[in-house]
Design a protein around this ligand. Structure first.
Ligand code: FE2
Ligand code: ZN
Length: 240
């Protein structure tokens, strides 16, 4: 491994630091198309966290899908067409961690990026402990702040090898990357005026045989998604 640093021995979680300029394009995209809209009063309900939400936003060539599961006040703003996906994906190419990821997953030819997200919130009122992947999924999540977090904004809670709860503080220009077995939660925080915006990706194996395991946790996170085989979800005929 050249780029990834293991968070703790025995944990399927890593950190990687990167050049600040890698965030420029996605930050401009968020600033120009999403920030003002998400701060409108009419969208307050999006951050309440009490109802399941699925809405689309089309802005020039960009398309976003906004999901809230209704279980926590977090919005998953995902790429909803190929053009927007490609903009997200270029961050992952520039990050240059795929050779390291190849040491962690069973793959055929390359590591596929499934989906890009902005994960946006204003508060977190509870600890929603979970794992992002079922065992053997051969998939990973990346998460990194898009903007400097407020002091009060929640960090990453996780369980170490002895199941003790620890906190990893998010830093600018450092991403956390984790896969199956890694149990975590957003640290609860009181409501803030400033949005807490994280950049996130799902990515991993290009072997379609793992889709059954991957889809248990990731298939409902977004509308648009690239499957391990490289096809768009809903347009893949690999099983026919
Ligand atoms: Fe998670
Ligand atoms: Zn396919």
């Amino acid at each position: 491994m050249k780029r990834l640093q293991q968070l703790e021995p025995g944990l399927n979680a890593y950190t990687v630091s990167f050049d600040p300029s890698l965030l420029d394009t996605l930050r401009t995209m968020f600033d120009d198309f999403l920030k003002e809209r998400l701060n409108r009063e009419g969208y307050d309900y999006l951050f309440a966290g009490m109802e399941q939400i699925n809405i689309q936003m089309k802005l020039e060539g960009l398309q976003f899908h906004i999901t809230s599961y209704g279980t926590a006040p977090l919005l998953w703003v995902s790429n909803n067409n190929a053009h927007t996906y490609n903009i997200f994906r270029s961050f992952m190419s520039d990050l240059d961690i795929m050779d390291d990821i190849k040491e962690l997953v069973d793959f055929e030819d390359h590591i596929e990026v499934y989906c890009g997200f902005f994960v946006v919130g204003k508060k977190m009122d509870r600890e929603t402990w979970h794992k992002d992947f079922c065992d053997g999924a051969n998939g990973y999540t990346l998460i990194t702040p898009l903007y400097e977090l407020e002091k009060s904004h929640g960090n990453l809670m996780y369980k170490d090898g002895l199941s003790s709860v620890k906190i990893h503080e998010y830093k600018m220009n450092e991403a956390v990357v984790f896969g199956d077995g890694f149990e975590h939660a957003t640290q609860p925080y009181a409501e803030t005026d400033k949005l807490r915006v994280m950049l996130s990706f799902t990515f991993g194996t290009d072997k379609f045989e793992y889709w059954d395991t991957l889809k248990e946790t990731i298939s409902a996170q977004s509308n648009f998604m690239i499957l391990p085989c490289g096809h768009e979800k809903g347009r893949c005929r690999c099983y026919e």
